[in-house]
Design a protein around this ligand. Structure first.
Ligand code: HEM
Length: 185
């Protein structure tokens, strides 16, 4: 079963229909999704500002990451859980949303950047842990992180708008990106 048909199947399940037609539950989940951004993206931004030497410059980088990471993980669990529920409520439209697809690509870029930071940059942190302005690779990773997560927020916000939806006439490149040919909405 390809993903487009899986989205159609998902949208016909009792749970998806109930969540989609719910009076308050969908709104509550979306509100928690938005509140979760403050914890997830907010805590990431604090560490990135330290890595850029723009804030907390007297606090060792390793202490910042050690004390803030649990909050970031808690924030991610909230974002992933509510995000999957938002997807579950409107799977076909969301699966074919160019903004949702952009969001997934941005997640992959963010994941590569996080891997690069933890596996490469942070490896010799003992040499620059107390420097007010960390070395260039750390600042580069922080800059990419801030730009990518800000873009995820914008892409997430745009999902609600139907400008590029498959059920409206679209230029070929949008039909191609959104895979409108297999749109089952
Ligand atoms: C982890 C970081 C994430 C961030 C920063 C994020 C950010 C956002 C933002 C800002 C919105 C707009 C909310 C609004 O307009 O009220 C949104 C909506 C949405 N997000 Fe996320 N999101 C994240 C993760 C996820 C995940 C993992 C999924 C699903 C797999 C997801 C699925 C959605 C969906 C379907 C909507 C559209 C809701 C709607 O407008 O009807 N998000 N997200």
């Amino acid at each position: 079963m390809d993903l487009a048909r899986f989205a159609v199947w998902l949208g016909e399940t009792q749970g998806s229909i109930a969540l989609h037609e719910s009076l308050y539950m969908y709104t509550l989940i979306e509100s928690i999704h938005v509140i979760g951004i403050t914890l997830f993206v907010g805590s990431i931004a604090m560490v990135d500002l330290r890595l850029l030497g723009r804030a907390f410059s007297t606090v060792p980088v390793s202490e910042m990451t050690r004390r803030i990471l649990p909050w970031t993980v808690a924030g991610f669990v909230i974002m992933a859980t509510t995000g999957l529920l938002l997807f579950y409520a409107i799977p076909v439209r969301t699966y074919h949303s160019v903004w949702f697809r952009l969001k997934v690509v941005l997640f992959l870029i963010a994941a590569v950047n996080i891997w690069f930071f933890h596996r490469r940059v942070q490896r010799n942190v003992e040499y620059w842990d107390r420097q007010p302005v960390p070395p260039r690779p750390a600042r580069l990773a922080a800059t990419i992180s801030l730009v990518v997560w800000a873009s995820v927020v914008v892409a997430g916000r745009m999902i609600a708008y139907n400008w590029a939806d498959c059920d409206r006439p679209q230029p070929d490149w949008i039909n191609w990106i959104a895979q409108c040919t297999s749109y089952g909405g």
